[in-house]
Write a protein that binds this ligand. Structure first.
Ligand code: AMP
Length: 404
């Protein structure tokens, strides 16, 4: 029996959704509502057969969700709201409390609200999305899927920062890590494609997109990851600096009289590929500029790769070796150049890629004699969310054919 599961990713002014048929994992309808709160909000929806786009005033998230459900009904994608069997919500921060996805209850919601302190930009709007769906679909079970949960297996030695202890003990400042849903999905998909148990593998996953993070996965568990207390740390990203000497911040604050908010903006919105190249935050634009002879754009690409290589190197040390390297995210899935730059000159590790396979984005791109597998795997966070809704909220409804 097939279930219709809705995966929701609510942002401050956007709502991304996908309705999936489970357990097959087929997309029924997906889309994005952007510029919520504005007169020219944009709704984009598609099924395998059709695509719609329209501009309309959408005052708030409640109107956006109502509009989404109305569209699903009017386009006969669902016949009644009860056709939706479960809803999964992406939630940015689960703190130390959520080590797995959780069924939404009043207690779960209160706990997510308490964690808003750690993710003030994201958790409140995630909670709002959950509230609205609970009100509009009161009898439909829902599950919260946390970006941080997969990394709750990190050892203290990987998550504690060398600051005075009370900042961890009293304020919860530690490495949490993000992109957990993606890292878990692609590492599981890798093991399936290799036909080897994930528990037997040492994997490094490079999720490279506008936000980028690297994750070391040993025996199926996250043992280290480059994002930390916030999604700002680690490797360099589209507009985020990633790791820098921490004392640069008070130095700039004093010199230029910047407030904490202004420093945050500088680190999150003006740095990374954009900051160095001065051209764009978008990897393709920076590639184009570098090919046109722009020296800073070329430097931005080099730095991007070098910081990933440094992180991979340290994770190989921590895991005592490497069986497979995965590339995912917009850059990881599509840029042969980025993958080649990251894998350059690593023959000594038994890691080298086949140029032709790399250029055509093949699933496995390692050279024939290489020891380490190198995989390109498209991430699918919506599918992972829908699988968690099935596992956590609907497992009692899944019927298995035991007659065979
Ligand atoms: P994401 O945040 O995962 O959607 O990834 C966005 C990033 O992927 C942007 O920097 C894009 O420039 C990059 N990207 C998407 N397609 C390509 C491509 N064909 N070649 C290089 N970079 C790409």
């Amino acid at each position: 029996m097939s279930h219709k599961i809705m995966a929701i990713n609510a942002g401050s002014s956007s709502l991304k959704f996908q309705l999936l048929a489970m357990p097959q994992g087929e997309m029924i309808c997906q889309g994005l509502i952007e510029r919520i709160g504005m007169a020219n909000a944009r709704v984009t929806m598609k099924t395998s057969a059709q695509k719609w786009q329209e501009t309309a005033p959408i005052a708030d998230h409640r109107e956006a969700v109502t509009l989404l459900l109305d569209k699903l009904l009017s386009h006969h994608i669902i016949n009644t709201l009860q056709d939706i069997d479960g809803v999964g919500h992406r939630v940015a921060h689960g703190g130390e409390f959520f080590k797995d996805s959780a069924r939404v209850t009043d207690e779960t919601l209160a706990q997510i609200e308490r964690l808003a302190e750690l993710a003030p930009l994201h958790n409140p709007v995630n909670v709002l999305g959950i509230h609205i769906f609970r009100q509009l679909l009161p009898s439909t079970p829902s599950v919260a899927v946390f970006d941080t949960a997969f990394h709750q297996t990190l050892d203290e030695s990987a998550y504690i920062y060398p600051l005075p202890w009370r900042y961890y003990a009293e304020l919860g400042i530690r490495r949490y890590g993000f992109h957990g849903t993606s890292h878990k999905y692609v590492s599981t998909a890798l093991a399936e494609r290799l036909g080897i148990q994930l528990s037997a593998l040492r994997v490094i996953c490079c999720h490279l997109g506008n936000g980028s993070s690297i994750c070391a996965i040993k025996g199926g568990q996250s043992v280290n990851t480059s994002m930390g207390f916030t999604p700002q740390s680690g490797v360099m990203m589209g507009t985020r600096s990633g790791d820098i000497d921490p004392s640069i911040l008070p130095w700039i604050a004093e010199r230029e009289g910047k407030t904490p908010q202004q420093l945050n903006y500088l680190l999150n919105n003006e740095s990374g590929l954009l900051g160095i190249s001065g051209v764009s935050h978008d990897y393709r634009d920076v590639e184009q500029a570098a090919d046109g002879g722009n020296r800073r754009a070329a430097l931005a690409l080099t730095l991007f790769a070098e910081r990933i290589r440094a992180t991979i190197g340290s994770y190989i040390m921590q895991m005592g070796g490497l069986d497979a390297l995965i590339f995912t995210g917009g850059i990881g899935e599509n840029s042969a150049r980025a993958r080649a730059a990251v894998c350059h000159n690593l023959h000594f590790l038994g890691l080298s890629i086949d140029e032709e396979k790399n250029l055509r984005n093949a699933t496995f791109i390692q050279a024939e004699n290489a020891v380490v597998k190198v995989a390109v795997i498209n991430t699918n966070e919506e599918l992972m969310i829908a699988q968690d809704v099935m596992r956590i909220a609907l497992s009692d409804k899944v019927t298995f054919d035991v007659s065979a």
